[in-house]
Design a binder for this molecule. Sequence first.
Ligand code: AHR
Length: 802
Amino acid sequence: MNSTTLQINTDQLKFPLGDLYGIFFEDINHAADGGLYAELVRNRSFEFDSIDHKGYHALTAWHFTPQGDASIEIRKESPVSLKNPHYAVISLKEGNFCLANEGYHKGMYITKGSTYYASFYGAATPFSDTPFNKVTLSLETVDGAILASSEIVLSNQWKNYEVTLTVAATSDKVFLCLKSDLPGSYSFDFVSLFPTDTYKGRRNGLRKDLATAIEELKPKFMRFPGGCLIHDGNLDQDARDSLYRWKNTIGPLEDRPARAGNWGYNQTLGLGYFEYFLFCEDIGAKPIPVLPAAYNPHAHEAVPIEELGEWIEDALDLIEFANGDFTTTWGKIRANLGHPEPFHMEYLAIGNEELGAPFMERYPYFHNAIREKYPEIKLISSSGPFADGYDFDLMWEEAEKAGADLVDEHYYMAPDWMLKHTKRYDAYKRDGAKVFLGEYASLDNKYKNALYEAAYMTGIERNADKVSLACYAPLLCNKDYVNWKPDMIWYNHKKMMKSINYHVQKMFLTNQGTDAVESILSTETPNQVIPVANIAGRIGFASENPSVVVSKVSINGITLDTDVTITYNKTTKKLASDSLLATIEPLEETKKSAVLYPAVFEDSFKVCFDFIKTKGKGQFKFIFGLQDGRYYQWELGGWANDMSHLGRCDITTVGKKSIKKYGGINVGRELIIEEHVPYHAEVTVTGHHIRAVLNGELYHDFEEIDTVIPALYQVVSKDDDAVYAKIVNVRTTEQPLTVTLSGSETYKHVEITTLQTDDLAAMNTFLRPNAVAPSTKLETVSNNSYEITILPTSVHVLKFVK
Ligand code: AHR
């Protein structure tokens, strides 16, 4: 007899699901250039610069091979566009030259029979009596095989040339070459190669495999273009490393100023706001742009309040660009770009992950101006980078005070956190602003992470009356340019690989439905409780740069009689300490060294200490509960010396490598540690309860909780066509289940999509891209009832159709 039942009353609608599931696109990990943006030439306009990335220069990715008397230089005196002033000039006196671009991967991937648009700006002045100069534009393998080529006669003025090339063979080691043997001076700029077969066949288009994989997620919205990308930079719009200003990203490609993105590489901005809007339209996702709030929280630089006008204007103009008709200034610009119809933008985010007074002061100016002119736009404010804690609460409070419609939450957490907090949103008050979960992920692409994310998503969907929007992050990663892991879709120049997390997202996104439906799980299977372990282990201090003098260390009331000076030595990457009592040990797990007190403290202890930072940026940490596999830390002046952060780091050892992952706890509060100022800190641990007090003020009060695992996690929704039951079993035992559908409708079939493996460490890889992937089967339903065995460690979607 099956004792577990899921009763679904298909007439009992709870609330509409709206735009719940979407995606977040950020140009991180070469997600745009070298990723979704289908341009194959890297550094096409010779604009790479060491500001973008240490080691970049104007000829990065280019190879100049002269034979005879030929030289190359980069000039900027008469450019194609003043916005991208650099161009290459080759002087050939005798012999020949080849200027070749390697693309993003030391060779482009080109396939037999496909066609490519190859183009460049060129100009040439002959040195001899020849009336003209011509170049050969070719696609050649590293071994010299010519796969396609075309001859082009150049005029002596800048002109854009384009040819369509059809390729004779497949190779992943192809260079785009510009060659000549006619003496003369040759200028080149904006050298470009695009497949003709882009997503939807668009010019200046998107890579088809990646765009299609994104389209297949059927996201209801797309948040773009970042992330830290939008607010980490210079306040001066014309600076190369400026904050992300949308107006720089539209119009002719030549006039979009190449930008130093904060992720350490150059952005051509070829994938700009117009293209983002088009892509949203193509995949049926509502656009959610994120604009900077005239504040760079990474550098603590803010535009003075009296100069906010231009930034607010940017926001108002963006709405007009997206939604205005062509009688409006910006609507007309959009129409002239080829899209007379509006893009129907409904949401706008001001800021990404900001916290603190400069943001709280500025946000209302944006909000009020936009609200007044465009009351229909839903405005999104920020709750900062923490999952909980003092600043998280404060930012929520301020956002609601300012009247934000949604508050953007971001957190990247350990898988066990995901499981512990599936009820997070059950506890949120129902009135006030809605939640936009704009970035979340557990910390890996392993099956366990994807499975626990699925369990967590049942909690999101169950609370979609409060959580209006949710998207995993980041979306894309070029495996040769990793800034951030995990990511949903991985690729190189040849292939794409969908992570298991992608499959979970797809199972939820493509089976959203329009309304949440009442569902009751009844079971005799008791909850499984994993009690939280008490915090026990060693204590110590560590520094990631600053020199700190720690004194008056008292442990459980007994004061040590020696001060500790902690100096992080950049050369040896070790700490030095003059302490006799403390031992300096390499903290193997962290690859950093720490000053550790030898004794182990069990369960309850209190440590007090004074400290003075004498010099240097970076974090000073108090470490506690250090034992095999984990430690806790209180960072004082963490990140860019702007926060107090309480965290837990879990360490796993794979072979000789130890992998550390933060994310067990993520609570923070703004804090700048001043140099030469004495501070007094106290940490009290009682079981699994941590209280951290600085200068008499309680900074963190955090209690780890037990993990309570029900027999199954489940959530149900429906639309006119189907009922969708998402069922997640994180246990290692199977669970027989009877699903009954009551209500006025009869369902005859059920399409069952299953994701399952027993191996929680399994991952999809480029060699085994489908190691774990969902399978689907169709079954008959009788009397609105269906029996199924829910497999151990599995995600199921049961789609009941009439
Ligand atoms: O998603 C990666 C980064 O994480 C985003 O840029 C930022 O918002 C967050 O800190």
